[in-house]
Design a protein. Structure first.
Length: 256
């Protein structure tokens, strides 16, 4: 299961049925869950936890120190959830002491080739990062979000649940859940209707989200005015509540 040319630190914790390919290097303070497959020429630096049943392809580099001039070698971490796929040349950096100290990739995420996840980022579950998507530090991405190829996201930006960011976009403000955003700088292009239908959203929820989106972004109200009107006129299904709470909690401002 472990190739003879792989270098495994004696203090690394390797679960059962783990496969490690040629010339890969697994450092100390690393945990690898059962059933995970690590391809050839993979580098896993200290303080990394990888869940079970993950698949990490050749030349990925996980757990390197963050690219920050403030970093002074503190003990910070990377955590990767169960069933995630990390493709070729993906880079994932550890957190920072001045951030949350943790870079976290949730369960069943798909990081395509050459994607970069910087320090202190938090990805939910079932997130897709297409080729060459790059996340700056302290970014939060919600569950089931999709980030297109060649997308750059500014530090501290939040991407909501089930959002879709089109390829070759530059995202500098928060992208609400359930919407499509694209462009340089990114703007909204409506609800992610196709994605929501594929995920089995009810017609009632889709109708409520459509009405919420129209009030928030299409009729010229301020966000505070629009939120009051949504609360008064729209069925408060969980998706609408999530939408409004996301906007209320925005610190960078919301993509319009």
């Amino acid at each position: 299961m472990i190739h003879e040319t792989a270098i495994i630190h004696p203090k690394a914790e390797i679960g059962s049925n783990v496969k490690i390919g040629p010339y890969s290097i697994i450092s100390e303070h690393v945990q690898v869950g059962s059933g995970t497959v690590i391809g050839p020429h993979v580098i896993i630096d200290p303080y990394v936890s990888i869940g079970p049943d993950c698949n990490i392809y050749q030349f990925a580099a996980i757990g390197a120190p963050p690219q920050s001039v403030k970093f002074e070698g503190e003990e910070t971490y990377v955590k990767i959830g169960r069933g995630s796929i990390i493709r070729e040349f993906v880079t994932i950096h550890r957190g920072t002491a001045f951030g949350e100290g943790l870079t976290e990739i949730g369960e069943e995420n798909f990081l395509m080739a050459y994607t970069h996840v910087a320090h202190d980022c938090r990805l939910g579950r079932n997130v897709v990062l297409a080729n060459n998507a790059s996340l700056a530090g302290h970014i939060t991405i919600g569950n089931h979000a999709t980030i297109g190829g060649l997308v750059g996201i500014h530090q501290f930006v939040r991407i909501g649940d089930f959002a879709f960011v089109g390829g070759k976009s530059a995202v500098v403000k928060d992208v609400p859940p359930y919407v499509i955003a694209s462009g340089d700088r990114a703007v909204l292009h409506g609800l992610n209707s196709v994605g929501l239908k594929r995920q089995g959203f009810s017609q009632n929820s889709l109708a409520a989200l459509k009405k919420t989106y129209r009030i928030l972004f299409r009729i010229g109200l301020t966000l505070n005015e629009a939120i009051e009107r949504v609360l008064a006129e729209v069925d408060q299904v969980p998706e609408v509540v999530n939408f409004i709470n996301f906007i209320k909690n925005s610190e960078r401002g919301v993509t319009r």
